[in-house]
Design a protein around this ligand. Structure first.
Ligand code: AHM
Ligand code: MG
Length: 335
């Protein structure tokens, strides 16, 4: 019986094309896949295991942590710290870099992640996800410092997300295309179901939190106005709008049927240049979208070219179908 291509088979075959590959990276991805299966199970069990609701604590961004934010962060750490592939980890849920405990060997990669993106959706049973980015440690086998993580997105070795939706999927890129795998729960394996994913160029769909409308800058307001004007406006067609409040779900929709996602700079809180974080949200998602033929920008610059200045730095994000992103960027230039 043909079982299809498993994630393990896929990454081992990828590894064969890389001269001098030691298998470290393949093993790291296997550990990540295990963490994602465990998180998928915890998310799926929901109220049965008492993981709904918030804690009293806040993360460094001043956001109230959900119980599952903390649990999933712990799962990512415990599953990935021991094997000797990493020199350090950083996460949305930890103020500082996580140092690999002394009893474990160090490795040549850095892992950055948002363990549970869109966690405000957990209590209402709507899709959430995990986002991750793998970088090369500037100095292998040495405890990573914060500065080691401050690499532009173009340096990512691998970027991916897991979507805990009606099915659990793992979507990843290693720099030559994007592939999607679906978790077969009975077999316990991710199977390649979405080879070579591409963002359709044309779209009639956009995603933005419209409750922030009064804070938008003119280029974004102009773009949305033109979409809303439909067949009577300059775009000459009707648009549809979506907002899941879970970036993973929005990006997955865009990879499947096109569209544009915006969490732009706004004037709501002038101290924040955007809501989403560069290292573990914007960069990995930008790499995936670009690898699938889409585009990703702050409105002024390509996100992957930004030089990070802090672990938890925020950036404006405009990503999706290339033509739409280019249109929005041109409106920024014209403003
Ligand atoms: P989180 O990582 O704390 O869950 O926040 C990120 C999420 C994104 O997934 C989503 O696009 C956005 O925040 C939703 O924000 P808002 O509640 O302002 O609509
Ligand atoms: Mg997040």
């Amino acid at each position: 019986m043909h079982t299809g291509t498993t994630l393990t088979q896929f990454i081992i075959e990828e590894q064969r094309h890389i001269a001098g590959a030691t298998g470290d990276f393949t093993a790291l991805l296997n550990d990540l896949a295990t963490a994602i299966k465990v998180i998928s199970n915890a998310v799926n069990k929901g109220a049965l295991i008492g993981t709904m609701g918030a804690l009293d604590s806040q993360n460094i961004q001043g956001e109230t942590q959900k119980k599952l934010d903390v649990i999933t962060n712990e799962i990512m750490i415990r599953t990935n710290e021991w094997a000797g592939h990493l020199a350090g980890m950083a996460s949305e849920e930890m103020d500082e870099v996580y140092a690999i405990p002394k009893q474990y060997p160090l490795g040549k990669y850095l892992l950055v992640f948002d363990p549970l993106d869109g966690s405000s959706n957990v209590d209402i049973n709507i899709s959430v996800g995990t986002i991750f980015s793998i970088l090369r440690a500037p100095v292998p086998n040495r405890v990573a410092a914060m500065a080691d993580f401050l690499q532009p997105g173009t340096q990512q070795v691998c970027a991916g997300y897991a979507l805990y939706g009606s099915s659990t999927m793992l979507v990843l890129t290693m720099g030559h295309g994007v592939n999607g795998f679906t978790l077969d729960r009975e077999v316990g394996e991710f199977l390649l179901t979405h080879p070579d994913m591409k963002v359709p160029e044309e779209t009639k769909e956009f995603a933005i939190n419209a409750s922030n409308r009064r804070f938008w800058e003119p280029p974004v307001a102009r773009y949305v106005e033109e979409c809303l004007a439909g067949t009577e406006g300059p775009r000459g067609k009707d648009f549809n709008m979506r907002w899941v409040a879970s970036m993973v779900a929005e990006v997955h929709r865009i990879l499947t049927r096109g569209g544009v996602f915006m969490y732009p700079r706004d004037t709501k809180d002038p101290s924040k240049p955007g809501k989403l974080r560069l290292l573990y949200e914007a960069n990995p998602m930008s790499m995936i979208v670009e690898q699938a033929g889409g585009a990703s920008s702050t409105g002024h610059e390509r996100i992957l070219d930004l030089q990070p200045e802090g672990l938890h730095q925020r950036v404006p994000v405009i990503l999706g179908s290339k033509n739409e992103v280019e249109t929005i960027v041109s409106y920024h230039k014209a403003a």
